[in-house]
Write a protein that binds this ligand. Sequence first.
Ligand code: IDP
Ligand code: MG
Length: 156
Amino acid sequence: METTLIILKPDAVQRALVGSVIARFEQKGLQIVGMKLMRISQELAATHYKDHASKPFYAGLVRFMTSEPVVVMALRGVGAINVCRNLMGATFGSKAAAGTIRGDFGISNSFNLVHGSDGPEAAARELSLFFAKGEVVEYSRAGDCWVYDATGGAPE
Ligand code: IDP
Ligand code: MG
């Protein structure tokens, strides 16, 4: 089981696409183990996107991510990091494949609706930035015996 950080960016909130985007992740079978609406501070945006600090789009990205509230989620599942990246689609809305969140809901390259951690180290780092201890909740879902085949002992 992996847990990944997903952010529904300010464009998703302002365009009233929060429910539609969350539905994509829920329908896939991912479990919501953390979720809140918040404003991202300058400091948090800078820490979260530190690897992009030298990129030409960095200033605009921080301005965008701090401009209006976002919804942050911790999503759990087998292979959740890659599963979420595949559901999100390619970075640029103009290039993302139809059927993906970015491909279906947006066309902009910078306002691309959703962030998802890109690997296990990033996921651990980003989850600890956005969720305090106790905000990621452990619980079992009754339907998970139909989401995963666990007849062999472990969900697969
Ligand atoms: P990702 O979100 O698909 O992982 P990254 O390369 O990590 O893509 O870039 C982080 C975010 O920065 C993107 O989601 C997008 O909002 C923005 N971004 C990336 N490249 C560009 C660009 O060339 N122009 C404008 N914004 C960009
Ligand atoms: Mg990235």
